[in-house]
Design a protein around this ligand. Structure first.
Ligand code: FES
Length: 104
């Protein structure tokens, strides 16, 4: 399955993401600029913030309550479809998802 990260400088990176793997894990393993994943996915750093493309927002689902709190303190500022990418796990339904990496 694949996901595309749109970088702050206008470039795009499309990577293979295994089912069940988070977009944060896939991005940090392959060095997507701007995705740090400092806390390892425990929702305590917000350095994995992405903005889900509007077309994918429904399928990506909504942030849980704790994720909501973290999104409020992201460095780049929250947008309507902001998510913590450590909480976005790849599923067949999300194959092809596109997200933007906000400029920090
Ligand atoms: S990796 Fe820290 S909040 Fe997602």
């Amino acid at each position: 399955m694949k996901a595309t990260w749109k970088l702050a400088d206008g470039r795009e990176m499309t990577l293979d993401v295994a089912e069940g793997q988070s977009l944060m894990e896939a991005a940090t393993q392959r060095g997507v600029p701007g995705i740090i994943g400092e806390c390892g996915g425990s929702m305590s750093c917000a350095t994995c913030h992405v903005v889900v493309d509007a077309a994918w927002a429904d399928r990506a689902g909504e942030a849980g309550p704790f994720e909501e709190d973290m999104l409020d303190i992201t460095e780049a500022g929250r947008q309507p479809t902001s998510r913590l990418s450590c909480q976005l796990k790849m599923t067949p339904e999300l194959d092809g998802i596109a997200v933007s990496v906000p400029q920090a």
